[in-house]
Design a protein around this ligand. Structure first.
Ligand code: ATP
Length: 248
């Protein structure tokens, strides 16, 4: 049985400042219900790929100059982030970016702003988020600026969930977190994937953890996909072991 493809990135090229070619023909495909990992070292082009999808390159003087990006078969190149959220796609940016002066709960509520439905549904979704992140319930009255890095990552994902997305683009969830917390965040991603059916495309330098939780991976090097396959196969691949998993 073929699962439905949600997101299709087809041979895109991205150029910054009119001259710096950063993505040199990247293709990938994200099936409904998948956890797909975009792997590779610093500067390989993971963030750029996510920003190309969510149309966030313009503010960095970047542009997609070749190829196409479709979501459910429709081109998304001209959609601003709010319009993309309406289609069901939301990006959680690297570095988390919560509103430091708002409480944890207020931060979560900002994620529901594009929705037209009533407050009862929003209240129910807040409960849904607290179900996955019990820690955020405990901290709900705290000012977000005083929460830990792990809690801020939870806020960022929780806020994204408040828009009831079909797909979350998650940039480097492990960044700056202790191994134990990284594990915890990935456990929650998996639980949300299984429990809510949310599809994830996640960029991650931590190949080891990403390949334990993802179903499928793409490895980027210098703006090209150099390898892709089911996560289990990548974990066993000798080159992946040597260059990305730190063992041979
Ligand atoms: P990281 O883990 O550091 O985010 P990455 O794989 O996500 O790495 P990108 O951030 O996509 O990589 O960067 C890819 C390349 O594009 C790098 O060489 C980077 O220096 C370059 N780059 C990123 N943003 C810009 C920009 N605004 N202008 C020019 N070059 C940029």
């Amino acid at each position: 049985e073929n699962s439905e493809t949600l997101l299709e990135v087809n041979n895109i090229e991205v150029i910054y400042n009119h001259v710096i070619l950063v993505l040199k023909g990247v293709s990938l495909s994200v099936p409904k219900g998948g956890i797909i990992a975009l792997l590779g070292g610093n500067g390989a082009g993971k963030t750029t790929t996510l920003k190309a999808i969510s149309n966030l390159l313009a503010s960095e003087r970047g542009a997609v100059t070749k190829g196409s990006i479709t979501y459910r078969g429709a081109r998304v190149a001209d959609l601003n982030p709010a319009a993309l959220v309406k289609r069901g796609v939301i990006q959680v940016m690297e570095g988390r970016h919560c509103f430091e002066h708002l409480t944890v709960e207020e931060n979560l509520m900002t994620g529901a702003y594009t929705r037209g439905d009533g407050s009862a549904a929003i209240k129910a979704d807040l409960e849904m988020v607290y179900g996955y992140f019990p820690r955020l319930r405990e901290r709900r009255r705290s000012q977000a600026g005083y929460t830990s890095g792990g809690e801020q990552q939870m806020i960022a994902i929780g806020r994204a969930l408040m828009s009831r997305p079909e797909t979350i683009l998650l940039d480097e969830p492990s960044m700056g977190l202790a191994p134990q917390l990284v594990e915890q965040i990935f456990e929650i991603v998996k639980a949300v994937n299984e429990g809510e059916g949310v599809t994830f495309l996640l960029a991650e330098q931590n190949t080891n953890v990403a390949l334990r939780f993802a179903h499928y991976g793409y490895i980027l090097e210098s703006g090209r996909v150099v390898m892709d396959g089911p996560a289990a196969a990548l974990r066993e691949n000798p080159d992946v072991k040597e260059f990305y998993l730190g063992m041979s």
